[in-house]
Design a protein around this ligand. Sequence first.
Ligand code: FPP
Ligand code: K
Ligand code: ZN
Length: 495
Amino acid sequence: MPLIKKEDAEDSLDERLQNQARIEELVSDEDDAFEDIDENEASDDSGIPFPGKPSKRQRTMPPWLQQATINLFYDDLVTTTSEAQQKVTAECLPLLTGEDTAIFSLNRYGLPHLRRDHHASFLRAQLERLPAQYQVIDASRPWLFYWTMAGLSFLGEDVSYYCDQLIATASPLQNPGGGFGGGHGQLSHCAGTYATVLALAAVGGLRMVDRKAMWHWLGSVKQADGGFCMAVGAEEDIRGAYCAMTILTLVNLPLELPPDAPARKHGLTTFTDKLGEWVGKCQTYEGGIAGAPTNEAHGAYAFCALACLSILDAPAVSIPKYLDVPALVAWLAARQTTPEGGFQGRQEKLVDACYSHWVGGCWDLIQAALPNSPDGKDIWNRAALIRYLLTCCQQPGKKGGMRDKPSTRPDAYHTCYSIAGLSHAQNHYRYNKDQSSSEGRLTAAFNWTASPPTEAEMREWKVDREDLVEFVHPVFVLPMGVVEDARREFEQGGF
Ligand code: FPP
Ligand code: K
Ligand code: ZN
């Protein structure tokens, strides 16, 4: 990041010192700001809203947050990056510490409740007529299907009600040559097809997918080097690999490449040929995963890589086979920011709620890949993520919805992936050794089970029972039951 001009640096240094003084005031307040809640006292009045002046209860800070705020480190080098970071810390701290939560109703541990009904109505509103600014995401209509259907179901809503409507809306997007475009008349695209297929799965509408045409179209984006392009003639990146393998597996298409697939001319015969090796080439010198070989590592691509490998085989087999796991774990662990507690997407950038899924979702897959991964021992801070999401990312007021960070506005993307992230933090996901094997189908991704937190964990992470969200499948990012339905619906394979 470029250094800023000297006179600007002096101005911003003043501002920075003011911010710093403000932060220090917040974290060094009265001693009882750091006091943990007495368990007996806490259980008496659970769930009672605290309107008005923040109480002692609202101001409690767990030791890791106390430590994180005391350890805030400032040096004299002012850059665009350091200023942006300090602004975010300053906007988050009052919310994290509870100085600024009087507008929310609080759970028994002093954290805001999940505003479930508000977020659900925010998501439903995204299905209505949208304001003109949404024109720029016209080619991303399928994502709106997915973020709303997935988000609502993670909140516990039954979305099967939308089945007929979604089939009617998605039909014009399906191309005769297979796959879905971002809108009527648009070229089929891996992202649009992934989002539409997942949304259809969520509502129980996968029957409208032309599976044979889909198989041909996926064959046309498979590349000779093992990866996948996002569309015919478009960029080859790791989103393509994850999206294509997800679609192929959910609707159980044959693993053999169609006869007309261009990659056959280069000696490839199946969709999985050279794929793990291609994913491996996306790991960078930092340890993280880039969108394509030689690019910069980013958290969203780490999830795509891990989930793609977890479709190919059991995570304990496929992940260490193609990736340097210790290097990746070190990189992922460094993405959780202090004191905010959420995740950033890459080195030296800002916390953002959507990475609660893209990075937060990596841990289930990583933990399944580690030999003798100790049960119940985490290599990330669940309590910190839960606190960031509940205190900093819920939009106050009637509108609801979840946002990247306090200074941004809520949207369907951040709402969906914040709730998915909350589910990764609240629940346990376990890979069970592959029992079933089915002719020609990749079965690894169907071997996951989920379980809720124990009472002790709920106390430790400050999770209220009524704020638990649904289990989110660690590979397909859908409700667990939806994945099981899809597995059964297409058990027979064939066309
Ligand atoms: C940087 O944006 C973001 C990226 C380089 C990757 C974004 C990709 C995804 C979120 C998901 C891809 C997955 C699928 C399945 C399609 P930025 O510079 O605005 O954000 P940053 O500052 O947080 O890095
Ligand atoms: K971002
Ligand atoms: Zn984001």
